[in-house]
Design a protein around this ligand. Structure first.
Ligand SMILES: C[S@@+](CC[C@H](N)C(=O)[O-])C[C@H]1O[C@@H](n2cnc3c(N)ncnc32)[C@H](O)[C@@H]1O
Length: 276
């Protein structure tokens, strides 16, 4: 995985299939499942409603929410990546349930009329966009009056690992944040972005994902996380990290994993609001 490209252009990644696998892994995180359940209650979709899923990835949420708008409703799910959309369509064919219209699209410009959706959701996408506020404004545009917007995102400032090499761990987190820029802060910014967008009846919650294990001999990174050694080596090559610090950090992570003492945490935030 190219650390500079990340999820901004999945199709340009040399190993796009691993990005799909990472979405499958994160969908199993208890924190993600918890926030999706919370979101479903807030969206409170009804048969006949239309829902837009922005940056739908592998389409798992779009497919499960389609049941809530059936009969008579519709879920439109857009993504910038054909690899993600192909996976989503395959899952839809296997599920054989209510139809979702998966199509190529850009989070900044929806090819949809004003006020045409009862609900819009966007999960872990804003962190990859150059202008999250513009993307939210576009989501609000297509929401009907009193329609619900739901946003879920990660705050990478909260990424923490419990290893003896605390100085190295801090240097790695700082380098990741420099690399990712403002996008890494998306989770913690969601509430104020929604306030700025003029949404009302705002509600928010959070959840922490805890990795309790990693077998470095079977997987290049903890489930759903980037391949550790490869990604951090790229940060070092970009001059954002000292190569020796990188090696020491990854070695302590590997050691913790092999000793059955792996522990890392990351916070996610969900915000729901209504268009006035
Ligand atoms: C981390 S994944 C999250 C996928 C899904 N929402 C989920 O939570 O499982 C980010 C997704 O955003 C998509 N994406 C990135 N930039 C985009 C853009 N400008 N417009 C639409 N989708 C975009 C990527 O292709 C990828 O599928």
């Amino acid at each position: 995985m190219s650390v500079e490209v990340g999820f901004t252009r999945v199709d340009a990644q040399p190993d796009a299939a691993s990005m799909v696998a990472s979405m499958e892994a994160t969908a199993r995180w208890p924190a993600v499942r918890q926030l999706r359940r919370w979101e479903r209650e807030r969206l409170a979709l009804r048969p006949g409603d239309r829902l837009l899923d922005v940056g739908c990835g592998i389409g798992d949420v779009a497919l499960s929410l389609a049941a809530d708008v059936t009969p008579g409703g519709e879920v439109v799910a857009i993504d910038a990546s054909e690899v993600m959309l192909d996976t989503a369509r395959q899952r839809a064919a296997q599920a054989g349930g209510p139809a979702v219209r998966f199509r190529t699209g850009d989070a900044h410009h929806h090819d949809e009329p004003d006020g045409s959706f009862a609900g819009v959701r966007c999960e872990r996408v804003l962190q990859w966009l150059p202008d999250p506020a513009a993307a939210i404004a576009e989501m609000v545009r297509v929401l009907s009056p009193r329609g619900r917007l739901s946003l879920i995102d990660t705050d990478w400032r909260t990424f923490a690992v419990d290893v003896p090499a605390t100085a190295e761990a801090a240097a790695v987190t700082a380098a990741m944040l420099r690399m990712r820029g403002d996008g890494a802060l998306a989770g913690g910014r969601l509430l104020n972005l929604c306030r700025d967008a003029g949404l009302v009846e705002l509600d928010c919650t959070g959840a922490v994902h805890i990795w309790t294990e990693w077998d470095p001999d079977r997987a290049p990174g903890p489930a759903g996380l980037f391949p550790l050694r490869e990604t951090l080596a790229q940060l070092a090559a970009l001059g954002l990290l000292d190569a020796e610090v990188t090696d020491r950090f990854v070695d302590t992570m590997v050691e913790a994993g092999r000793a059955g003492r792996f522990c890392a945490t990351l916070s996610l935030v969900a915000v729901s609001g209504r268009k006035p």
